[in-house]
Design a protein around this ligand. Structure first.
Ligand code: GDP
Length: 442
């Protein structure tokens, strides 16, 4: 998961302060040294790290922090605020005032530009817009076809003139077509190159001058760390960007790009790509990302995802069952379906407060490819077994394995995971009853 290393290191650096009734300047300095290392190791730009640490230190050794009743918590609050500020403070939304509003998508090959064009089209459609996608990437073989396929997937029209026309003309005619057909937004996919190159920039400038876009979004691959930041700097200098989309934040990127882009280029990150599927695009919220990194969870995004994909009645029912420990394999099966709709499991778990610090969680990884197997196993159980899993003895396990085409080990593993999960729910329900909470936060 993205930010995992950074998150762990920051949390351990700050955990030392958290419980202290008194925090000295030396304590803060020691913690800041570790914070500094954690950020550098996450590939955050060194100048950004230097500024960040000195700002936090300055604020944290201030009298109102050290003399407060909870100095450790106050320092963490300062870190959280500064992290948020580093990533742009508040969410930067798209500015789409023209009719139609034109969004120009730029980036190097392989960054995810075409995919993001499709995802963003889908996102805007969900916001009741009527986007037209324009296939202007004449340079990468198959990019045009790829956008057409994406268009079909998200049910949006795609304008194309093939790959023999100039991208400038394609963009111009695409926008004219959008006007003619009453589209309120136009997403123009442009041609990338493998590296920054003069011809590409000239072409992009010509498109910019012709279609006068409301937004020029640069798509960069977060996995490339500081390279992504350098690419953003060049594009911004040449073209004047209005925002950045960081893709592949679902991978194990160390986080450097997300933390440095805004500060180095002064361009806000507007969206992040969290997977290959068309629904894996999220608006970027600095404050939520900061909480996620500090292990305070991102309850707001979690709730939004749940609201978008989960049946509310079922969710209420489930919550009651969790609280009263009546969760069965039938519910488990139901949950699998719903969770599948929400996105990758480790990502969902990462949004839960304190989750990063729960050791048990690391072992509870459910591989999505295994879900089908899990489903087969549960479906081979009798109704009584599903309701009362403790009756599943050795001979029943053998029968279930045979019935589901799996092994007894598979069945054992699932039952163990299920029991672990129940245990965890017990922890949660006692946590929410106001016992001492794990993790930071209120
Ligand atoms: P382009 O050359 O910039 O248009 O790149 P593509 O849109 O073809 O994307 C390149 C590869 O990155 C494809 O395999 C995409 O599926 C993948 N990709 C794009 N965005 C994401 C993302 O957010 N997460 C992951 N894991 N893969 C992505």
């Amino acid at each position: 998961m993205a930010f995992e290393g950074l998150s762990e290191r920051l949390q351990s650096a700050l955990a030392k302060l958290r419980g202290k009734g008194k925090v000295s300047e030396a304590d803060v300095k020691a913690a800041m040294r570790e914070v500094r290392l954690a950020l550098l190791e996450a590939d955050v730009n060194y100048k950004v790290v230097k500024d960040f640490v000195s700002k936090v230190r300055e604020r944290a050794v201030g009298q109102e922090v050290l003399k407060s009743l909870t100095p450790g918590q106050q320092v963490i609050k300062v870190v959280n605020e500064e992290l948020t500020r580093l990533m742009g403070g508040t969410q930067s939304k798209l500015e789409l005032s023209s009719k139609p509003a034109v969004i120009m998508m730029v980036g190097l090959q392989g960054a995810g530009k075409t995919t993001t064009t499709g995802k963003l089209g889908r996102y805007l459609k969900k916001q009741n817009k009527r986007p037209l996608l324009v296939a202007g990437d004449v340079y990468r073989p198959a990019a045009i076809r790829q956008l057409e396929v994406l268009g079909e997937q998200v049910d949006l029209p795609v304008f194309s003139l093939g790959d023999k026309e100039s991208p400038v003309r394609i963009a111009e005619e695409g926008v004219a077509k959008a006007k003619e057909e009453g589209h309120d937004t136009v997403l123009v996919d442009t041609a990338g190159r493998l590296h920054i190159d003069g011809k590409m920039m000239e072409e992009l400038k010509a498109i910019k001058d012709t279609v006068r876009p409301d937004e020029i979004l640069l798509v960069v691959d977060a996995m490339t760390g500081q390279d992504a930041v350098n690419v953003a700097e060049s594009f911004n200098r040449e073209l004047g960007l209005t925002g950045v989309v960081l893709t592949k934040l679902d991978g194990d990127t160390r986080g450097g790009a997300a933390l440095s882009v805004k500060s180095v280029t002064d361009c806000p990150v507007k969206f992040v790509g969290m997977g290959e599927k068309v629904d894996a695009l999220e608006p970027f919220h600095p404050e939520r990302m900061a909480s996620r990194i500090l292990g305070m969870g991102d309850v707001l995004t979690l709730i939004e995802k749940a609201q978008a994909s989960v049946d509310q009645e079922k969710a209420k029912d489930l919550e009651r069952k969790m609280r009263t420990q009546q969760f069965t394999f039938d519910d488990f099966l139901d949950q699998l379906d719903q969770v599948r709709n929400m996105g990758p499991l480790d990502e969902i778990l990462g949004m839960m407060p304190g989750m990063g610090q729960m050791k048990g969680m690391k072992n509870l990884q459910v591989d999505e490819k295994q879900l089908t197997k899990v489903e087969a196993i549960i479906r081979s159980m009798t109704p009584k077994e599903k309701q009362e899993p403790h009756i599943i003895n050795a001979s029943r396990r053998k029968r279930i394995a045979a019935g589901s085409g799996t092994t007894v080990q598979d069945v054992n593993r699932l039952i163990k995971q299920f029991m672990d999960m129940k245990k965890m729910m017990k922890q949660f329900s006692s946590m929410s009853k106001g016992k001492k909470k794990k993790g930071f936060g209120k």
